[in-house]
Design a protein around this ligand. Sequence first.
Ligand SMILES: [Zn+2]
Length: 132
Amino acid sequence: MLSNQNLAGYATFSFDYFLNGGIISCTCPDCGSDIRLPIRIYQSGKLVEGLADVYGPQLIDELVEKRIVNIKDETSSVHSNLRKYILWNMDARYELISCKGCNNLFLSVFGMAELQPGREEVQFKGIWKIIR
Ligand SMILES: [Zn+2]
């Protein structure tokens, strides 16, 4: 289960932000430690489908219910090369981040793609605490 609060907010970034060393960060709500998410272009993140192997299908259902990720439209040609769980026209990816100060584990959701020639975007959806 995820906390209701998105600790990092939603934002769209250019690839350049991360190529120039930019990171996403927030604060652990329980111990105040820095939670840092560096994003390496075309390397970071695993497909959201894989969360089912780690946490069972419930966590993915929760992401869909909260509209953090969408299920692709199988009838849309725009989506034909995408996986099942998407953001806006790109595959949904995740990274788990452990807090260095306590036992908390956080889920981040984002995607990255060249949507049109020259328009490369990282769509960052947020960071949530995983409640175990
Ligand atoms: Zn902590």
